[in-house]
Ligand binder design. Structure first.
Ligand code: ADP
Ligand code: MG
Length: 353
């Protein structure tokens, strides 16, 4: 019997955890850690219907493709806008993850999905992962996986609050006893801040910049509260009047002004979730603090400003971009403990109970 079990394990692929983010997809392999971190972009040739590139290769093509090739972010806004493309992406990821060690029995896969996702989309992810060769597929909502990745005691009877600010969506969730107590999913996240910056620069400086430039500015000089020394960035865009390239200098205070409304929306939404939280759990959160994850958590000064408005300590995750992927890894290590956080079937979405 033991010998047979050993044989089974020798023939079985390493378990895989996937964070299917709107901006970045991260793959964790049990026993190896994070093996892949790629933008969630797929390039498709519309003439043949075939996928030409996935991940960073495809991201390079965004905004630069000839007419018949389109680069798609299939998960943008937290919805799977194109099932076939998502399936191609998942197949690519699963194959990449086991490219050196493909075995007879497929891997067990835990997939983190955006919490705004519908039942139909969950079924699509499940089918796609199965078709990619998985032996078992388990689905978990991303804010839950992020909380587990931050090693918050999600299975205990204490309130944990997590804000996961991604590319397309932000998730604000209160978790206790393995379930979501109150939550909100909003489309104000990293991408929205980029478009805020584009609009601001267009109206203030009369030049047009692309999304990539806007994101670079946000990461380089974006700060929600004034920094000690003023930060500056020189950017190139197209002059709206002459149509020719022009350079301007943008400061951190420009960026702050540009994104202020979106930051207000995030703060207001956090307050709404807190208001919908039962008093005992609220008191746990006041005591334990609020935890930030996702790439958006890296904007300078977000923690302190949030703290000031909600009057609760705010902690930023170590390496917030990988919290969800690490969470899927922790779940894989101990499926028994975490079985209740997994979505057993599509009619059983924790946030929709
Ligand atoms: P998702 O889970 O939706 O894929 P991520 O958690 O990977 O999203 O976060 C991606 C977002 O984080 C992008 O909008 C990106 O611009 C933003 N981001 C990454 N690093 C920083 C940074 N240092 N400062 C501000 N925003 C950042
Ligand atoms: Mg995410």
């Amino acid at each position: 019997m033991i010998k047979r079990l050993k044989n089974f394990y020798a023939l079985t692929s390493h378990d895989i955890g996937i964070d299917l983010g709107t901006a970045n997809t991260i793959v964790y392999v049990r026993g190896k850690g994070i093996v892949l971190n790629e933008p969630s972009v797929v390039a498709v040739n519309q003439k043949t219907g075939r996928v030409v590139a996935v991940g960073s290769q495809a991201k390079q093509m965004l905004g630069r493709t000839p007419a018949h090739i389109i680069a798609i972010r299939p998960l943008v806004d937290g919805v799977i806008s194109d099932f076939e493309v998502t399936e191609e992406m998942i197949t690519y990821l699963v194959n990449q993850a086991q490219k050196d060690s493909k075995k007879m029995f497929g891997p067990r896969v835990v997939v983190g999905v955006p919490s705004g996702i519908t039942n139909v989309e969950i079924r699509a992810v499940r089918d796609a992962t199965k078709n990619a060769g998985a032996r078992e597929v388990h689905i978990v909502e991303e804010p839950m996986a992020a909380a587990i990745g931050m090693r918050l005691p999600v299975m205990e009877p204490v309130g944990n609050m997590i804000i996961d600010i991604g590319g397309g969506t932000s998730d604000i969730a209160v978790i206790s006893l393995g379930g979501v107590v109150s939550s909100k999913n909003l489309r104000v996240a990293g991408d929205k801040l980029n478009t805020d910056i584009i609009s601001y620069i267009r109206s203030e400086f009369k030049i047009l910049i692309g999304e990539k430039t806007a994101e670079d500015i946000k990461i380089a000089i974006g700060a929600v509260v004034p920094t000690e020394a003023s930060l500056e960035a020189v950017i190139k865009g197209r002059d709206l009047i002459t149509g020719l390239p022009r350079e301007v200098v943008v400061t951190d205070s420009d960026v702050r002004e540009a994104i202020s409304q979106s930051i207000d929306t995030l703060i207001e939404s956090t307050k709404e979730v807190l208001e919908a939280t039962p008093p005992e759990i609220m008191s746990d959160i006041m005591h334990r603090g609020v935890y930030l994850a996702g790439g958006g958590a890296l904007i300078k000064g977000l923690g302190p400003i949030l703290e000031e408005y909600i009057k609760i300590p705010v902690h930023v995750a170590d390496d917030p971009l990988t919290a969800v992927a690490r969470g899927t890894g922790i779940i894989l290590e101990d499926m028994e403990t975490f079985k209740e956080v997994l979505i057993a079937n599509e009619d059983d979405l924790p946030s929709k109970k």
